[in-house]
Design a protein around this ligand. Structure first.
Ligand code: SER
Length: 384
């Protein structure tokens, strides 16, 4: 008989598949990613894996199954200035999630999260720290007594950090977050989870049991639900032992291609060059999915977000010394990297590249006109 060796999922695709397979084995219905354009009129873009299920949590729509899991494409632009600067901020990212719609609650959510990270991803318990909402004694007890985590590894946080909601109103609840500790040798005294060099939060378990109304009043939802989110890029950073998400196999090929176009060696380049390259890696993934999901560049709403991302890319391309058109090269690579997971990218490739080319041409013409005006101005000044 063949001996069975346990291999750790290591590529981004393997990590995603292992998550979905694990929850499928726990009777979760695997649901494909929804569009980045949400049905929910209160938000502009899909910012979390739970968003497509918001009507289910609110009891406005039948549940697709008592348990579900998904890998949802998401966009968040509130931290856009941090993209490329920190190790882990993104505009586009994939959120792996398992959901219970009035089915299991805290105990199973915590037990399965632990089983997944230790048995499937083979993370070592000494690298894991968990946080709990300071009033949530039940979760603390499950971590301590059922999982057997050293109480010193359980950090109590307040509403600011451990109470999750998708917006000012809507379904919400206390949460428990899992952090990876890159330096367990530093010990368990004075743990500061804000220390981004030492800790990375990678899995958020939300115990969604309330609805918040427009006056800020919480009322019980009809059922107690589970909404979790694991950042695929963050898990890839951990398992691939990289110092930042951009150097994982999910993003690095695009960063590398940008460096080739700019004729730069990524690893020996200075920080600000690396930041520009990382921004190109990040934004490429965002723009191809936005256009594929039907967003058209404009000066309003989602269209403005797309235009801003495209223009940031061109600006950073210029900072890197790229003079020619280059966006469609990066976009084509981004499409080929993700088309197996998101076949729409392949089907919409022509349209994606067309939209990108139009915007790039328009913006470069504007820049060239601006540069000419500036030169004329400087020259005329010199004659004075
Ligand atoms: N909705 C929670 C989050 O985005 C858990 O998925 O963190």
């Amino acid at each position: 008989m063949k001996s069975q060796t346990k291999t750790t999922p290591i590529t981004g695709d393997e990590i995603r598949k292992a998550f979905l397979d694990f929850y499928e084995s726990k009777s979760h219905l695997v649901i494909s990613s929804s569009s980045l354009i949400p049905e929910d009129p209160t938000v502009m873009l899909t910012i979390a894996g739970m968003l497509p299920f918001k009507p289910v949590f609110l009891g406005l729509r039948n549940r697709p199954s008592p348990r579900a899991s998904s890998s949802q494409k998401c966009i968040r632009t509130n931290d856009i200035e941090n993209v490329g600067v920190t190790a882990r901020h993104h505009t586009f990212f994939e959120m792996l999630g398992n959901f219970s719609f009035g089915d299991y609650f805290k105990k199973e959510a915590i037990q399965w999260a632990w089983e997944l990270i230790t048995d499937v991803y083979h993370l070592k318990p000494e690298n894991i720290i968990v946080s709990v909402f300071h009033e949530d004694h039940e979760s603390e007890k499950i971590w301590r007594d059922d999982i057997g985590i050293n109480p010193k590894r359980i950090i109590h946080l307040d509403e600011k950090d451990n109470f999750w909601s998708s917006g000012a109103t809507g379904p919400c609840g206390p949460c428990s977050e899992l952090y990876y500790d890159f330096n367990p040798e530093k010990g368990l005294k004075n743990i500061d989870l804000e220390d981004g060099d030492r800790f990375i939060e990678f899995y958020n378990l939300v115990f969604m049991q309330y609805n918040r109304d427009s006056n800020g009043i919480l009322s019980d939802l009809e059922f107690k639900n589970i909404d979790t989110g694991m950042g695929l890029e963050r898990m890839a950073q951990i398992l691939q032992k990289k110092t930042n998400n951009y150097e994982t196999d999910l993003i690095f090929p695009i960063v590398k291609e940008a460096s080739v176009i700019a004729n730069i060696d990524y690893f020996s380049s200075e920080d600000r060059t690396k930041i520009s390259l990382k921004i190109l890696g990040d934004h490429t993934r965002a723009i191809i999915h936005l256009i594929s999901d039907g967003v058209v560049a404009s000066n309003l709403g989602r269209g403005y977000i797309l235009r801003r991302l495209l223009r940031r890319m061109i600006r950073h391309g210029r900072l890197l010394g790229i003079k020619d058109y280059f966006l469609s090269k990066l976009a084509s690579l981004g499409i080929s990297l993700m088309q197996n997971t998101y076949p729409d990218l392949k089907n919409n490739k022509e349209q994606i590249l067309r939209e990108i080319n139009i915007e790039e041409k328009r913006f470069l013409e504007t820049l060239d006109r601006g540069e000419k005006l500036l030169n004329d101005f400087i020259c005329s000044g010199e004659k004075l």
